[in-house]
Design a protein around this ligand. Structure first.
Ligand code: FES
Length: 672
């Protein structure tokens, strides 16, 4: 039978099809049809990135009978890559397999350059892998006496000829290492190109991996994700405490430290950079990656962390009008930030939104994408300052609210950070007022027999942020607390758990080696924090002219551990259907990872941040009124119809308020 002159090839899943002369490689056919197939080695059978799978059978829809023998025989390059487990069973190299008949070719997701990697955002839109640094393997023409072109020109010509990369720039430090790389690699080199327009590194021979690291610089912890820039995979992740804590627990005390010790910002900058370096060393070691292989870093952080990391004094952020040194994204060499990666690595710091709303919120926005949704979405990142974003694709607003550290267990008599032994879950029987608790590190409630052994092993050491939220909310639901936050002394007749404490009363949550009480002052601290948060949210709702929100996403560590029902019972957040209130996890860190893996996301977030309307809660006259109303549990006037479907609110008690739930006299309170 005579060989056909042409073969029809159909690519799945794209559905692109075309006829090509027999002998064309599958990779060439894919390229000419615009089908996305990866390659680093340029079709030399080295990198193994161009893997495809032939689909065998009769495809009536395409009018094709696709057979294995319609591709050329397995090449030696394929045999080698199969032996080294690079080429997976049943697959062919697109650059080795020649078309010899009609075929249907599937391009697996891991062979596509622009593949979806961060699935978190899939409900809104896919995140494509489109890393800012890509590798290109090229054969460079050797110089001779008749061609006086410099070595850099030869590399540029090879990149233009093989990869159609034009108008490339190059830094002096790359030129300094270029000639030795070319000669060491026998004129075959791998070139790392940043953003398709700048040569950032040249290595002798073939290389197929390059890494980037995404870092979330929090005021308490710093977290890093090391990613393979070619696959999008997170190869290692780790976190450390922010060593700046020794200069002050919270942000404002660190700013005060700098104010009182002129020049000390350099110390704070040095320790945070060293912590980032240590973290990078840790994740690189864990993944077996050298720092020289890391060519890009993205960073997020609140405005004060952002400034200190960049070596900018945060003093202006401590006083009105809270002026940022820059609200734009920062693109620099990583070495300019003292971060030890490849000497040619770049750093990208996401833009800050406003003086109190930082690059961490930009990361949250990138991850949560409220600007792409129709639904009115509220995103809250609760820390010492709550950062709040509200809106949808039409309009987006942001503010921060001074919640203080109560939600992190500070300012609470038995408060502590979330650590083994801390009470994290609380239930109170409304009849007997007896509590049940759970501690971090134990799976058992305190009324289960196994709890005693866990408590003896771990201790019951205090209450963490999520524990105090549940304790206060359960005290309210059980009738221990009035809606104005007063611990009801009358209940002392009902239960020995209510203990007189001077002129006020406390609730005895745990009576062990350590007595753990929820005092009137504890309840007050939580009320102040939650009222500040709610008032900030309400201010944004006023500005957006909405009375309800469609969905609520709670970001950050606190948002991950808190039980959303109790957050709503306390009135931290407005009423919403409970199934639409969810944790967003470390959304700021995810945003940094998106900016690392998808260079288009950088333009996207810069554009969105410019369009976000910034609301300054400190100067808004209505903030105080909202704050006072929000001191009540769950709120003085707002109704919670969705919450009422799942929770039975306690009856109002005498003196607590009128029939509408309104207290008779407003307490004198001021926002923190
Ligand atoms: S393109 Fe590198 S092996 Fe095919």
């Amino acid at each position: 039978m005579s060989r056909p002159a042409e073969a029809l090839v159909v690519f799945t899943p794209s559905g692109r099809r075309g006829r090509f002369p027999v002998g064309t490689t599958v990779l060439q056919a894919a390229r000419s049809l615009g089908v996305d197939v990866d390659s680093v080695c340029g079709g030399r059978g080295i990198c193994g990135r161009c893997q495809v799978q032939l689909s065998e059978g009769d495809f009536a829809k395409h009018g094709i009978t696709s057979r294995a023998q319609h591709l050329s025989a397995v090449s030696s390059a394929e045999t080698e890559l199969t032996a080294s487990s690079v080429l997976r069973a049943g697959r062919r190299l697109g650059c080795s397999a020649l078309l010899e008949g009609d075929v249907v070719i599937d391009v697996p997701a891991d062979s596509q350059v622009h593949r979806q990697v961060v699935r978190k955002r899939a409900e809104v839109h896919d995140i494509e892998l489109d890393p800012v640094v890509r590798l290109y393997y090229v054969d460079v023409q050797q110089p001779d006496m008749h061609d006086p072109a410099g070595d850099l020109r030869r590399v540029e010509e090879a990149l233009e000829f093989e990869w159609r990369l034009e108008g490339l720039r190059c830094d002096l430090r790359v030129i300094q290492s270029l000639q030795s790389a070319l000669r060491a690699g026998d004129w075959k080199v791998t070139v790392a190109v940043h953003n398709d327009n700048e040569i950032v590194s040249v290595w002798p021979g073939f290389r197929d991996r390059v890494f980037g690291v995404a870092v979330d610089v929090g005021s308490t912890t710093i977290a890093a994700h090391l990613c393979n820039m070619s696959t999008g995979e997170v190869v290692a992740a780790s976190g450390v405490m922010n060593p700046q804590i020794r200069f002050g627990e919270d942000l404002m005390s660190r700013v005060s430290y700098v104010q009182m010790n002129p020049g000390s910002e350099e110390q704070l900058t040095a320790v945070v950079r060293e912590a980032v370096n240590q973290l990078v060393r840790d994740v690189a070691a864990e993944a077996g990656v050298t720092q020289e292989e890391i060519l890009d870093i993205t960073l997020v952080g609140n405005p004060i962390m952002h400034h200190l990391l960049l070596g900018i004094s945060p003093v202006e952020l401590g006083v009105a009008p809270f002026a940022l040194a820059t609200d734009g994204a920062v693109r620099v060499w990583a070495s300019e930030l003292g971060i030890e990666l490849n000497s040619d690595a770049r750093a990208y710091v996401l833009p800050c939104v406003a003086g109190h709303v930082g690059a961490d919120t930009a990361g949250v926005v990138l991850s949560e994408a409220p600007h792409l949704r129709d639904a009115i979405t509220l995103v809250v990142d609760v820390g010492t300052n709550a950062e709040i974003v509200l809106g949808n694709r039409d309009r987006l607003l942001a503010a921060s609210s001074p919640t203080g550290p109560a939600f992190e267990g500070a300012q609470i008599s038995s408060g502590q950070r979330a650590a083994p032994g801390a009470i994290e879950r609380v239930r109170i029987d409304p009849q007997t007022l007896e509590p049940r608790i759970r501690i971090i590190g134990s799976e058992h409630w305190s009324d289960e027999p196994e709890f005693a052994a866990d408590a003896a092993r771990l201790g019951v050491t205090g209450i963490c942020g999520s524990g105090i939220i549940e304790a206060v909310a359960e005290m309210y639901l059980a009738g221990v607390l009035r809606s104005d936050g007063i611990v009801r002394g009358e209940a002392a007749a009902q239960s020995p758990r209510i203990i007189a404490d001077g002129r006020t009363f406390s609730y005895l949550l745990h009576d062990g080696a350590q007595r753990i009480l929820v005092t009137q002052n504890d309840v007050r601290a939580i009320q102040l924090a939650k009222a500040a948060l709610y008032a900030g949210i309400r201010l944004l709702m006023d500005q957006l002219r909405v009375d309800s929100v469609d969905s609520i996403r709670l970001a950050g560590a606190f948002g991950s551990h808190i039980d959303v029902k109790y957050a709503m019972v306390l009135g931290l957040i407005p009423d919403c259907e409970l199934e639409h209130v969810t944790s967003a996890g470390n959304a700021a860190g995810t945003g940094a990872r998106i900016a690392l893996l998808d260079r288009k996301a950088r333009d996207e977030i810069e554009d969105v941040v410019r369009r976000i309307e910034k609301v300054e809660t400190a100067v808004e006259p209505r903030f105080q009124a909202h704050f006072v109303d929000a001191m009540a549990i769950p709120h003085r006037t707002a109704s919670f119809p969705n919450l009422a479907k799942t929770v039975t609110f306690p009856p109002r008690h005498a003196g607590e308020g009128n029939d509408s739930g309104e207290p008779r006299r407003r307490r004198r309170v001021r926002a923190p």
